[in-house]
Design a binder for this molecule. Sequence first.
Ligand code: BES
Ligand code: MN
Ligand code: ZN
Length: 501
Amino acid sequence: MKTKAFTGKFNEIDADSVAIAVFKDEKIKDGVLEALDKQTDGLVSSIFQSGEFTGEEGETTLLRVKSEGKKKVRRFLLVGVGEKSEYNLPSVEIFAGTAARSFRKLKISDFALFPRFEGDELEVASNAIQGVITGLFELDKYKTAKNGEETRINSVTVAIEGANKKRIEEGIERGKVIGESINFTRELANEPPNILTPTEMAKRAEVMAKAVGLKCEILDKEDMQRLGMGSFLSVAAGSHEPPKMIILKYEPKKSKKGEMLAFVGKGITFDTGGISLKPAEGMEAMKYDMTGGGTVLGIMRAIALLKPSVPVLGVVAATENMPGGKATRPSDVVKAMNGKTIEILNTDAEGRLILADAVAYAEKQGATHIVDIATLTGAVIIALGNINTGIMGNDQDFIDQIIQCGKETGEKFWQLPIGKEYSKMIKSDIADIKNIGPARKAGTIIGAVFIQEFVDKAKWAHLDIAGTAWADEPSPHRSKGPTGVAIKTLIKLTEKFQNRN
Ligand code: BES
Ligand code: MN
Ligand code: ZN
């Protein structure tokens, strides 16, 4: 896909087709729409009057025009972007994704985007190109005959009238990095579990790390035994697939303070529940139980290319959760890397068991700030649906920073409380703690306070993405399936980290 920057008038763009952002109930009076209305002999006004297009987010309508003289454009796609007062950078991404998907459906492979956002052209271009890249992602990797989605996009132009061309170009590069990193994660999450085993996940991490210049180390079962990761290994015990702990390191040329950020991901490549077996219905969804781990890999890829000035550690705990003759039994007691003993009362609460050792490992490596990302509980879907990611942690400032980054990138986080009263609920009769709380009570919080037991001095936030990592329905700007949630937010967190007080 070729990309270009353009800073002239919208109807002089050198492209076959141009997508134009249109606000809700926008008046034709505005310069762009007025010019377009003239060029189409009043077509724009009549479309508005008929009510077939109102500018609601996600609406599209195509206008064909005669190309004449300097004006090469043959089609304009009006793309609704909602209220002008609410139009922001995340809306630019939605606009671009919607436009790209519409053009592809129309078999148009050369188009321009005219987002009409007044703001930093670098960020506008970045969000536009990222929106195109993530908008075109499909689930069809294993289809031998594709279903009309095979149109390849040849060229995309980002057009911002009067802008600085260099900055648009820089923004395009940034958007490519972020978009491709999000799709890297989505592709992993979409892989079937017979293909994406822990071993395969580690291989792909190694290939990616080499390509972008990250340090990569894979810990295998013997390494983990030596490190005393009895909690992680108890989950892997029932599987014939060897577990892997994937460690990625980003070290900037210059960094201050001695702080280190760590992203720690749950990488359960398939969750059957283990001996506490899940019901058959819906179990297939559990291939995406490695999304937290995939998210860490996507973030690390982007960080390696964007080069912020803070050291970042990525840790992915990858294993299957299977029943079997060697599997962990409900009532087994194991010891984690930090010395704490755990009574395992439900082998389906396995995410927290692998994160226990992964988080402790990250802190031992020097992490001062840890974010863990996991499809941890069904309860978070009950509480927040598919809209908000649940966030909990031990430091309010750190949590607030993540929520704020989410606001800027269009990703929603909602904080749930933790505290002593909840921590009491995981006291075990025979070990230090147990891996579940009282039935049905505060399920998402219980998962968080369990992980907290393995954090020592670090500032820590836990993101439960079980509800937000997968879209059951497609939207105008994005296919259904893995969403790549939290990647943009955590890239932003990393970039702001170096400049905060
Ligand atoms: N991977 C699941 C959580 C999950 C459920 C993610 C549905 C996405 C959709 C996790 O390992 C799990 O099984 N959690 C249990 C915990 C319970 C046994 C305390 C749950 O949420 O039911
Ligand atoms: Mn489970
Ligand atoms: Zn799970």
